[in-house]
Design a protein. Structure first.
Length: 309
């Protein structure tokens, strides 16, 4: 019987993380099939048939891939998202799908705030100009006294709320299932998505994907003129074309994103826009987040593969 576990998160591409030693101590052989990058479908079809466990990154795990791995018992994500996994096919095949809930929440929340501040103070273009020998000063905006809109108030969103309040902002949050027990000190309240968009000087997304973009032409038209948009959640939440149009006509003062339909993304006009900040999916890529996520993912693998007798 196979005892191999494939490890594909880019943050673990070199192996050697102390938490992985627990898998080897339990008798499993670790396979790092594509160091430093996501595996392709063809590569998954080659390495997964010999695996009983899969410590997976954000790569798609389709029905076809799962069907080629009849011995696979568990997929353990080192993050919280599972929209890249065909959950129906996994359930039909009896493959457990586990997540490291909350492990990267602080890292993503801090990045969202950092992107908001960088956009409102126009840090990237001024840095670029100075390095090119040009003295270019752009008037920015202070966030104290302004309104932050947080779409999705789960583990990440709640941290963003507290960070925004700590900066002296008023914070309005929208969540499909608001928690009445979440009552942080400061000017905070839940509201409708429509009211949030109308009030917020900056909007940051922390919700799961939907069937259609949440931020489309109509949503942008409902936003406060000159607002700044941050997306560290899912690329599919945003209509890129609508955002580009809004940047061009001034409806949006800026856009920052850490997420893409494919990684790395293809060259596109939006990402090259001077008022767009793009980062290479680094929300959970901190030493602390990687540590928490890896340990949680390993614990989930061992719990499923070696259940207590």
């Amino acid at each position: 019987m196979t005892n191999r576990i494939a490890v594909t998160p880019r943050s673990l591409s070199q192996g050697g993380h102390p938490a992985l030693a627990a898998l080897e101590a339990a008798g499993y052989d670790l396979l790092f099939p594509t160091p430093g990058r996501q595996p392709t479908r063809e590569e998954q079809l080659r390495f997964l048939p010999s695996c009983v466990g899969y410590l997976a990154g954000v790569e798609p795990i389709t029905r076809e891939v799962l069907a080629a791995a009849p011995g696979l018992k568990v997929i353990s994500r080192n993050g919280v998202g599972v929209d890249s996994v065909d959950l129906t096919a996994a359930a039909e095949q009896g493959v457990a799908v586990e997540t490291a809930a909350g492990a990267n929440a602080q890292g993503v929340a801090e990045l969202a705030i950092a992107l908001m501040l960088a956009g409102l103070r126009h840090i990237p273009p001024q840095d670029t100009a100075l390095k090119a020998g040009r003295w270019r000063r752009i008037e920015g905006r202070e966030v104290a006294g302004r309104t932050l809109g947080v779409v999705g108030c789960g583990q990440i969103g709640r941290r963003v709320v507290r960070l925004g309040l700590g900066l002296g902002m008023s914070v309005r949050a929208f969540d499909a299932f608001p928690d009445p027990e979440f009552t942080p000190a400061g000017d905070f309240s839940y509201t409708t998505l429509e009211d949030l968009l109308a009030q917020a000087d900056a909007v940051t997304l922390h919700c799961p994907p939907a069937e259609r973009p949440l931020i489309d032409k109509a949503a942008i038209a409902a936003m406060r003129p000159g607002a700044h948009l941050v997306n560290t959640a899912r690329a599919s939440l945003v209509d890129d074309g609508a955002v580009l149009d809004a940047l061009e006509d001034g409806r949006l003062i800026g856009y920052a994103t850490d997420v893409y339909d494919q990684e790395p993304p293809e060259p596109q006009e939006l990402l090259h826009h001077p008022r767009v900040i793009s980062t290479p999916h680094i929300g959970g890529y901190t030493g602390e987040s990687v540590e928490r996520a890896t340990r949680a993912a390993v614990e989930n693998l061992l719990r499923v593969l070696n259940p207590p007798s």
